[in-house]
Ligand binder design. Structure first.
Ligand SMILES: N[C@@H](CCC(=O)N[C@@H](CS)C(=O)NCC(=O)O)C(=O)O
Length: 216
């Protein structure tokens, strides 16, 4: 039995998409950042940082999206990851972990544009800097899958690019990569059961304008 604790638009979308690619039956438990459910003792036992994704797979709990993707591929869908020693293994591992390089920038941008509500808590410098860094980090992506054929590394990265377009104009390669990912039927099924948007309510969050010279 597989149970996934999920918040719409969050990193748990990666796992939802992977489950749809795999086709294994699963139970989807919709959670919210706006109540205390992710801080309950039951959830903290599954996910000590009180975050999503969290998953139970036949009694085994996991709560890091990269680890979950790899574990799901190993258990249910070996074609979604190059095996140890295979030709594309290094590129696969690189892609799977590079997704969290994007993830850190996206988290920072999300904090400053959305989570921090009052203007004095936000940093325009961080917003501009992280947007620029994200755009540069996206330049190495696409249009090909990162490890020869589609793999869970593309799920991890594809989700990053999906979010990145809310903060930056995607470079051409990344835009083509996302278009290819979004055309997958499993991606579309995952999107259909993602749930009510609760983090990103706008399509685009532009970096704040730079103040004129001499105004700080
Ligand atoms: N490295 C973790 C990060 C998980 C994570 O940060 N999840 C966010 C949603 S994208 C979360 O649950 N945040 C709630 C909080 O920080 O309280 C992973 O890849 O699964």
């Amino acid at each position: 039995m597989i149970r996934l604790w999920h918040v719409a638009q969050s990193r748990s979308f990666r796992v939802l998409w992977a489950l749809e690619e795999i086709g294994a039956p699963y139970e989807l438990i919709h959670c919210s950042f706006f109540d205390t459910s992710l801080r309950s003792p039951e959830h903290l036992a599954r996910a000590p940082a009180g975050r999503v994704p969290a998953i139970e797979i036949d009694g085994q709990s996991l709560c890091e999206s990269g680890a979950i993707l790899l574990y799901l591929a190993e258990c249910f869908a070996p074609h979604l990851r190059p095996a140890e020693g295979a030709a594309h293994r290094a590129a696969f591992l690189q892609g799977l972990h590079y997704a969290e390089t994007l993830g850190a920038m996206l988290s920072n941008l999300t904090q400053h544009h959305i989570v921090l509500r009052s203007a004095e808590m936000r940093s325009a410098t961080v917003m501009r800097l992280e947007a620029r860094r994200l755009e540069n980090a996206l330049r190495s992506l696409g249009p090909e899958w990162v490890a020869g054929s589609f793999s869970v590394a593309d799920i991890a990265l594809g989700y990053g690019v999906l979010l990145a377009q809310r903060f930056v104009a995607l470079p051409d390669g990344a835009a083509a990569y996302l278009a290819q990912a979004a055309a997958r039927p499993a991606f579309q099924r995952a999107l259909a059961c993602d749930g009510q948007a609760q983090i990103y309510l706008r399509d685009f969050y532009p970096p704040p304008e730079k103040p004129p010279e001499g105004r700080g």
